[in-house]
Design a binder for this molecule. Structure first.
Ligand SMILES: Cc1cc2nc3c(=O)[nH]c(=O)nc-3n(C[C@H](O)[C@H](O)[C@H](O)COP(=O)(O)O)c2cc1C
Length: 414
């Protein structure tokens, strides 16, 4: 979702500036371009050298350096960005933004932009609670500025606690993803899955043949990981049980890495109870009956080893038919190359799922490992066709649908 996006990152002068180094790494890992602006006060906390090295871009510090260029530098910086992020947003910078100041490079770029702006405030709790800061924040929110945090916790100052701690880098990352996913309302507004626990599986499983070889499939984990990220943005407390993948962990979720189907089932069961389970992993149907403890060697006779396969545990059915801890909503995936709907319907029934997300994974569709997905939702109510969407869009829609379908917990609602 962030690949190719350009983020103008304004770092202001607060203690939390050091945490922004981690944010830059996470953004770069996801393929985003990060163009840093440091206020003079920020340079007291982090060096331009470190910020520039992590961002892989020169750090912009001085309004008048930029205006020596042939075009107007601060305008170009704002124009070239897809999103402006201020982290940490100090009380001082928030006040200057709210008043429309343009008295340094940071505020000038922020005033000269028509792009979305996200701020991560960070300050002492008394500064945060001060009526002046309350007023300034209300004004910025009214102006359409998106806000992530601050959180409650211990401050850098000894003995200080309260609201004012900057959101953690992964929370800021999740808010940045939300800003790009067309659901910025989720950053500050009500979150439909707040307070819900969700278990999501993703990726392939690796079934050992011997210590160096395994049986696997082509799943990349992109769809399951996108669902985990979307669920976290919607406020769910997400445990992502992931088979071996090469993509980064989604922001704001707790990841349990596993290898085999047996490991995955154990990790899913350990994560119960949950309100929702989304089983998106491509779990191997079979494993080698007895994996060799030593690497198998070629035989002098030329005879290849005979591998006996046995069926793996059915994770979706174990959860969908769980006697005591069945989640209120169980969603399965059916990756098929033929008879998609028929197979999905039978899976719904056999495995005790509420919803099956069926997708055609024939090689010509490019779904396995690709960026797009064409899915059909199969439930007792019928079949719903979704158009071809990016895996991120499928994730957002699915999470919105889950929030609609989720029955209220006992004792909640009418
Ligand atoms: C050690 C130290 C820590 C500070 N931490 C913060 C902070 O966390 N939040 C904040 O709003 N101001 C903090 N300040 C005050 C700002 O650095 C000061 O208001 C500065 O003018 C901000 O400039 P800027 O907004 O242009 O970066 C701190 C100052 C010092 C000396």
């Amino acid at each position: 979702m962030l690949a190719g996006k350009r983020i103008l990152l304004v770092i202001a002068g607060g203690i939390a500036a050091y945490k922004v180094l981690e944010l830059i790494r996470r953004l770069k890992e996801r393929g985003a371009g990060v163009v840093p602006i440091l206020t003079p006060a920020a340079e007291e906390f982090v060096t331009p050298l470190t910020v520039g090295a992590l961002a892989g871009e020169p750090v912009h510090r001085d309004l008048f350096d930029l205006t020596r260029e042939s075009d107007i530098g601060h305008i170009r910086l704002s124009r070239d960005a897809d999103l402006l992020v201020v982290a940490p947003a100090t009380a001082d910078l928030i006040a200057r933004m709210a008043s429309g100041f343009a008295n340094d490079l940071a505020t000038t770029a922020l005033l000269a932009t028509d792009k979305p702006v996200l701020i991560a405030p960070a300050m002492n709790p008394r500064m945060w609670d001060h009526p002046a800061t309350r007023r300034n924040m209300a004004r910025l929110v009214e102006d359409g500025v998106m806000v992530v945090g601050p959180g409650v916790g211990e401050m850098a100052e000894r003995g200080e606690a309260g609201t004012g701690r900057m959101a953690e880098p992964m929370e800021i990352l999740a808010a940045i993803e939300a800003a790009f996913s067309g659901e910025p309302a989720l950053i500050g507004g009500p979150k439909p899955l707040s307070g819900r626990r969700m278990i999501i599986t993703s990726g392939p499983t690796h079934e050992p043949i011997d210590p160096v070889r395994y049986l696997a499939n082509r799943s990349s984990g992109r769809q399951g990981h996108a669902i985990a990220a979307a669920a976290a943005r919607a406020g769910a407390e997400v445990t992502l049980v992931s088979g071996p993948v090469t993509i980064p962990d989604p922001a704001g979720v707790s990841v349990v890495p596993v290898e085999s189907a047996a490991d995955m089932l154990a990790a899913v069961e350990a994560a119960l109870p949950a309100d929702i389970a989304v089983m998106a992993a491509a779990v191997a149907d079979w494993r080698v009956a007895s994996a060799s403890e030593k690497k198998l060697k070629k035989q002098a006779s030329g005879a290849p080893p005979m591998l006996e396969l046995v069926e793996n545990p059915d994770i979706l059915a174990s959860i969908g038919r769980h006697h005591t801890l069945r989640p209120r909503l169980v969603v399965g995936f059916a990756a098929e190359t033929n008879d998609l709907i028929e197979n999905a319907r039978s899976k719904l029934e056999r495995k005790g799922a509420d919803l099956i997300v069926a997708n055609d994974v024939s090689p010509e569709t490019g779904v396995m490992g690709g960026g797009d997905n064409t899915v059909r939702l199969v439930s007792a109510a019928g079949v719903e066709d979704w158009p071809k969407l990016s895996k991120d869009e499928v994730a957002n829609r699915l999470v919105a649908r889950i929030a609609e379908l989720l029955p209220a917990p006992d004792g909640e609602g009418a």
